[in-house]
Write a protein that binds this ligand. Sequence first.
Ligand code: PEP
Length: 250
Amino acid sequence: MTRTFFVGGNFKLNPATSAARDSLVESLNKADLDSNTTVVIAPPTIYLIPVQAAVRKDVKVAAQNCYVKESGAFTGETSPRQLIDAGISWVILGHSERRTLFHETSEDVAQKTRVAIDTGLSVILCIGETLAEREAGKTKEVCETQLKAVVALLKEEDWSKVVIAYEPVWAIGTGKVATTQQAQDAHADVRSFIASAVSANVANNIQILYGGSVTAANCKELAKQQDVDGFLVGGASLKPEFADIINARK
Ligand code: PEP
């Protein structure tokens, strides 16, 4: 397997002060991190520039969202062009909190992905099912529907700029992690969907991250699964254990 291990840290709307932000970055800067892992951290928009300036250069910085327009009368939004101009190379799109709290549809996420890639950003594309959908046996169908909207707007070569994060909504921030088998099965289904909807080559190369209550205690077993190429980490990315998760394959 040649896919590089990839760990993203989604700070969400944390921390609440610049002092706490600086100590978080400082602890990451001091940590002994596996040089074989690609690490991307996503602070809140207001902290993107100071974090980008302060963080070690082997850690990349992502926005947690962006809009589809370069500029204009769109109060409260951040444009992909502005992110690129600020030296930010990544963006998280389609996080379940954006989908549920801010009513982003799969088509919105697909359009944002299209524009982000056109502007030069790389994308962590989040997908995943709710508990009701899992219990109804719809995990595969839901993930495929979310992906289909993106497949419709991307060309094959665009997928080299995309990392998929499979994040079951019932596992995000709940302390209820998917079993290794649930994660592996969902990842294998996503990869086989990409093989049929895009190409075998893209399916082989695309990194599929697991997200949902990943901790230092559960990351090593998850990281052993064949189709788990890394993690998108929320809560634990704000703690020293984030370094252990980055080093899950060490
Ligand atoms: C996330 O926000 O993407 C996430 C996976 O959160 P947590 O790790 O806290 O479940």
